[in-house]
Design a protein around this ligand. Structure first.
Ligand code: ARG
Length: 468
């Protein structure tokens, strides 16, 4: 405890304060970044003339040894040493002797932890981007392999218009594409080095901030020491991207849950991604999708915690900021687990093409097409809409689908509605193909979108000429 409290506070710390104060059980997650940051700082101290070459070498090698001990699981984490930084420095000093006490020259835990967190967050952003790409690739593969499967598109969860499964899967993919952009933006903006900012107002030692930043893969040093040590908007930004991603995955999850119900029968999860019930032997549950839905609640909670943590915080480090770790760690863990599980689940799921087709044939999904047919015969759309609405009513009363109404009923509703209309306007497959504008569900439009998306995501090896 004397290590942590220095010479200023000779009296022992209160037990409740000790518990409140310590964070090593959480922040030890940062050990890799803490060691890399310390090694870069040691080299910086060498350049600044604070350390001799032998001293710097001893610190760098000692830190390497600490890293090996942690990696191998031999390291004794001591809660009395408060946090990851003090634990590592204490062990380093045991290993290398008094020179260990020189490492912290010109540095504070304030710039140290900000550096560790930026490095850690950068790494996790990259892992998440990879996982996101893997999920997108599965969606693109399935969109390609299920290209012939037709289904209704829904509004208000009611059958609305004729579409195809691939088009729906590509909608999921679009959300993920924007999630990728948000994470990439946040990753680019956070990539600056706080080291050299010290506790709040820098240091008089001539630390080579740019060289230290470069060694750690940062774009450069942060421009203001007060900002560098006390701002966590990079975490809010990343957590925001993860919360939005979580919401997106929860929407996909919800559809997986709905689709795998007997009522829909649109999707069957593989056994590897299903669970059973402890009581009901017949059950095969889509827990994967429900858990993904659930994890997103925590992602939103993490964002909220980070926003509130910094709200109203005066400039300069405040210890409140120690509470930033758990939410951001949790948000990344949830995102990665969800992405990976959903990727496997969707890669191995079976789609119920027959059920989708049956849903397409029930529900008068070609009603808009029949109205459009009247429009091409010169009828104003509002009037056409009214005529077809009446026909749908008629069909419902007779227990028929719109396409099953006798031709004389159609003709009675409007003289322009003859056999030809029933044949082409009311054929769902033809109706899908008519929707051939960019962003529509026609085969050619979707095929083009799949190819373009593969290029965007970097999933095709050969460079392709610019799109027309
Ligand atoms: N454990 C702290 C954190 O996570 C870093 C230490 C800064 N502590 C301090 N008393 N200035 O933010």
């Amino acid at each position: 405890m004397t290590v942590a409290r220095g010479g200023r506070l000779p009296q022992d710390i209160d037990a409740a304060m000790l518990r409140l104060n310590q964070s090593v059980e959480i922040d030890r997650e940062l050990w890799r970044e803490d060691i890399r940051g310390s090694q870069a700082h040691a080299r910086g101290l060498l350049t600044a003339g604070v350390l001799g070459a032998e001293e710097a070498d001893a610190l760098v090698a000692g830190l390497e040894q600490v890293a090996q001990e942690i990696e191998a699981g031999h390291f004794q984490w001591d809660p009395a040493l408060e946090d990851v930084h003090m634990n590592i420095e204490a062990r380093l000093t045991q290993l290398v002797g008094p020179v260990g006490g020189k490492l912290h020259t010109g540095r504070s835990r304030n710039d140290q932890v900000a550096t560790d967190l930026r490095l850690w967050t950068r790494r996790r952003c990259e892992e998440t981007l990879d996982a996101l790409t893997a999920l997108a690739e599965v969606l693109l593969d399935r969109a390609e392999s299920e290209l012939e499967v037709l289904m209704p598109a829904y509004t208000h969860l009611q059958r609305a218009q004729p579409s195809r499964l691939s088009h729906h899967l590509m909608a999921w993919q679009e959300l993920l594409w924007r999630d990728r952009g948000r994470l990439q933006d946040a990753r680019a903006r956070l990539n600056e080095s706080p080291l050299g900012a010290g506790a709040v107002a820098g240091t008089g030692f001539a630390l080579p901030r740019a060289a230290v930043a470069a060694e750690l893969g940062f774009e450069g040093p942060m421009r203001n020491s007060i900002d560098a040590t006390s701002s966590r908007d990079f975490l809010m930004e990343v957590a925001s991207a993860l919360a939005i991603l979580g919401v997106h995955l929860s929407r996909i999850g919800e559809e997986v849950v709905l689709w795998s119900s007997a009522e829909y029968g649109f999707l069957t999860l593989s056994d590897a991604f299903s669970t059973s019930s402890s009581m009901m032997p017949q059950k095969k549950n889509p827990d994967v999708a429900e858990l993904v839905r659930g994890k997103s609640a925590r992602a939103i909670g993490a964002l909220t915690a980070l926003l509130v943590l910094e709200k109203g915080l005066a400039f300069g480090y405040g210890r409140d900021l120690q509470e930033d770790k758990r939410p951001i760690f949790d948000a990344f863990e949830g995102a990665l687990l969800s992405l990976r599980a959903l990727t496997g689940a969707l890669a191995t799921a079976r789609f119920g093409a027959e059920k989708m087709r049956a849903a397409l044939l029930q529900g008068h999904t070609c009603a808009t097409d029949l109205a459009d047919y009247l429009v091409t015969a010169g009828v104003p759309f509002r009037q056409a809409h009214h005529v077809v609405g009446g026909l749908v009513r008629e069909a419902e009363q007779r227990g028929l689908q719109l396409g099953e109404l006798p031709v004389d009923v159609l003709r009675a509703a409007h003289p322009a509605l003859g056999e030809e209309a029933a044949g082409s306007a009311l054929d769902p497959a033809a109706a899908v193909e008519r929707r051939a504008l960019p962003g529509g569900p026609a085969r050619a439009a979707v095929t083009q979108e799949i190819a373009a998306a593969r290029r965007r995501w970097g999933l095709v090896a050969a460079p392709v000429a610019a799109e027309s």
